[in-house]
Write a protein that binds this ligand. Sequence first.
Ligand code: UD1
Length: 448
Amino acid sequence: MPTALVILAAGQGTRMNSEMPKVLHRIAGAPLIAHAMRAGAAVAPERVVVVTGHGAEQVEAAMAAFDASAICVRQTEQLGTGHAVLQAAPALDGFAGDVIVLYGDTPFIRPETLGAMLAARRSHDIVVLGFEAAEPGGYGRLLMEDDRLVRIVEAKDATPEQLAISFCNSGLLAADAATLTGLLKKVENDNAAGEYYLTDIPALAAAAGLSATAIRAAERETLGIDTRAALARAEALFQAARRAEMLETGVALTAPETVFFAYDTEIGRDAEVEPNVVFGPGVTVESGARIRAFSHLEGAHVGAGATVGPYARLRPGAELGNGARVGNFVEVKEARIGEGAKVNHLSYIGDATLGEGSNIGAGTITCNYDGVMKHETQIGARAFIGSNTMLVAPVTVGEEAMTASGSVITEDVPAGALALARGKQVNKPGLATKLMARLRAIKAGKKG
Ligand code: UD1
């Protein structure tokens, strides 16, 4: 049975106190809505419809970058969750199958839970995801009769007896697309909030002779983000879970609580991560690699047995071959560091390819940018670049070539050649002593 996702993301998120729409605030380097979409992707949706409203342009731009196939529809006035889902109906035209309604601000939902909702659809027309709330507060209450969901009552409209119910509505709902659209058209706004409630669907289904049920998820999964404090707590929850998973899968973390992962960080078995390391999105680290303290990695691949840091920065496009070494205060961007190559100290390597076994001396800079364009540096296998070499790109240094320390290399260096490109040293005997004496005399004269 084909599946479609409808993701609600039109709400203002006033309590975030931000110019940015709530669903674009990030956890582990990805917008909240992207977390919901990643969970949704596991049910292989045929269509993904995002309902935007507040900050629609920003959300649409983010969607174009994150998942260009998602269809964005606008809800120009926020008239309620039922009204929001109905805005997706035109985008579902021609789609026959199940729809799962998700919230863009509920990042922890698990793929397995969405699978369980679809499984429950085999025996019920409407499936709502519920949870036992520690503090039911403003959540909608699920009124059950055995496994039948009779109706959902919003807290604002509930009686004191209904408010005592702790089985609450997460907001997620699954139903056949045509059935859901048909029922949504019947939803009215004669309630305490004056809104079109998605939560009217189970009662309308029952009136139409259809069946509704609710399945349970852990409250943690249904956590919605409304404030920056909640966002920070969610980040902490994400990190705690990811650290535990990393340890479980055989990654050595010396001080797990100081390491921050992105949503997609992948680290191989027996790799070691020292304290205070931050992973941005898009990093893979192979087995046995060592990421030393205070390093920052983003969009990078670290080969097996390679070493990074301490205090290294790998930027997007950094590819470290097996056993390569990138040491302290080294920045690497869009560069392939060959197997066993070393860049151990204080260097910038950008838009470059370093051959296997090459050695880059301290303070070496690839001068990759001319103010307008970026240019490439190629360094052959086993080449030796002397300390403080400026490699003015585009430039190629051949295999097993050398550059003298302090050289400014503006022309290609053939394989096996030594390039010397610096001022020749001249010694003037006794001149330093004379110069010092003169300077001291000038200084003494000024005082007098
Ligand atoms: C909703 C549910 C409630 C449930 C709770 C769980 C309804 C009527 N109530 O209440 O039963 O316990 O979620 O968190 O559905 N949105 C739109 N357009 C709108 C209104 C909302 O896109 O016109 C989006 C919001 O951006 C948000 C989601 O829908 O992502 C939920 O909206 P919100 O106003 O937070 O609903 P609650 O009042 O919390």
